[in-house]
Design a protein around this ligand. Structure first.
Ligand SMILES: [Zn+2]
Length: 85
């Protein structure tokens, strides 16, 4: 991944995990870039498909592209909508 893209993602995320919003400085473990649609599912390495993720969220999500919403019990696709794009 190129540095400029990584830097953009990091700034866009506001130095927080895109999933749980944990500030990076409160977590001793390094944050990682997550492909929202995993590369194995054809997800591209573009800003719209990337999330800045703490290790915990990244491990939990893995290559999944959807999860069960704990409140509604319905299948919910992960989307890049959390940052409004
Ligand atoms: Zn997180």
């Amino acid at each position: 991944m190129n540095r400029a893209l990584l830097n953009k993602l990091w700034k866009l995320a506001g130095e927080r995990c895109d999933y749980c919003r944990m500030p990076e400085r409160f977590d001793p473990l390094p944050f990682q870039v997550d492909h929202i649609i995993a590369r194995q599912h054809g997800g591209a390495t573009i800003l719209e498909n990337l999330a800045w993720s703490c290790l915990h969220c990244n491990k939990r999500k893995g290559p999944n592209i959807a999860g069960i919403d704990p409140e509604s019990g319905e299948l919910a696709a992960f989307a890049a909508s959390f940052r409004g794009h």
